[in-house]
Design a protein around this ligand. Structure first.
Ligand SMILES: [Fe+2]
Ligand SMILES: [Fe+2]
Length: 262
């Protein structure tokens, strides 16, 4: 079994097409996903299966792969134990939740950034422009593009919750414009007001998405749609490449290190 655990899922499905039916039974959307490079052993963790479900799934797969011969059913090592009560997300939605983590790390630094803007003898332009670059490049183009151009399109555009989310994205964009204008006018208080407005807005926005919108969407997406979404999100990641996420993460890490030294 070990050999197949370390094989990309698409290869396993190609060799043993019946595996697709078993994955569908567990709502694992690897069949419609065109990436298919996740290893079989990672699928269990990504999909947050319980130990009981994992063992059942492995037994069913072993039956197909080894044609009913008795094989030891491995217990997979998990990198992270899921805490009870923790929200479960499908793999594409989990990608968005993970992106929120970096945005939340930036948001956590905003009070200190505001303090620096207010008290330093001269406004640190690079600092403020670094923040607006992070918001535009990572939070808006990279992350919100996945929501607006891909995920939200699977749902009725007239839903109030979607309208609210899109409105929040627009309000966020206006705070960025406001910050840049205030920087040009050397207006420290207006910079502080817009950055703080963004912090408050995004804190609530991310909470609504993580706790309400995404779980609801996950419940309403079919297994096929989940697989498609994963492909489409991976396509966005490939198109953007590593430059934007790495540059933005480096910016946050730099600020965190400075903050820790204070
Ligand atoms: Fe959003
Ligand atoms: Fe989001």
């Amino acid at each position: 079994m070990e050999k197949y655990l370390n094989t990309p899922i698409k290869e396993v499905i190609t060799r043993f097409p019946k595996v697709a039916n078993i994955l569908n039974e567990y709502n694992i959307g690897c069949v419609p996903c065109s990436v298919g490079s996740c290893l079989l052993k990672d699928i269990v963790e990504i999909h947050n299966l319980s130990i009981k479900e994992e063992q059942e799934l492995m037994a069913k797969l072993a039956k197909i792969i080894y044609l009913g011969q008795s094989v030891a059913i491995p217990k997979l090592k998990r990198k992270m134990q899921s805490k009870s009560g923790e929200l479960k997300y499908s793999p594409p939605i989990k990608k968005l939740v993970d992106e929120h983590t970096l945005i939340k790390r930036l948001i956590a630094l905003i009070p200190e950034i505001i303090e620096t803007v207010r008290t330093s003898p001269k406004i640190d332009k690079n600092l403020v422009l670094g923040v607006t670059d992070f918001i535009r490049s990572y939070a808006d183009k990279f992350h919100h593009a996945k929501e607006e151009e891909i995920l939200f399109k699977y749902f009725d555009a007239n839903l109030d919750i979607l309208k609210t989310m899109l409105q929040d994205h627009d309000t966020g964009r206006n705070h960025v414009k406001g910050t840049i204008k205030a920087l040009e006018e050397n207006d420290r208080e207006a910079i502080a007001m817009h950055l703080n407005g963004y912090r408050e807005l995004l804190t609530e926005h991310i909470k609504k998405e993580d706790e309400i919108l995404y779980p609801w969407m996950d419940r309403n997406l079919s297994t096929t749609q989940v697989g498609e979404l994963f492909s489409k999100f991976s396509g966005v990641d490939t198109t953007y490449g590593k430059e934007v996420p790495e540059r933005c993460e480096k910016f946050v890490v730099g600020l965190e290190q400075k903050s820790a030294k204070r």
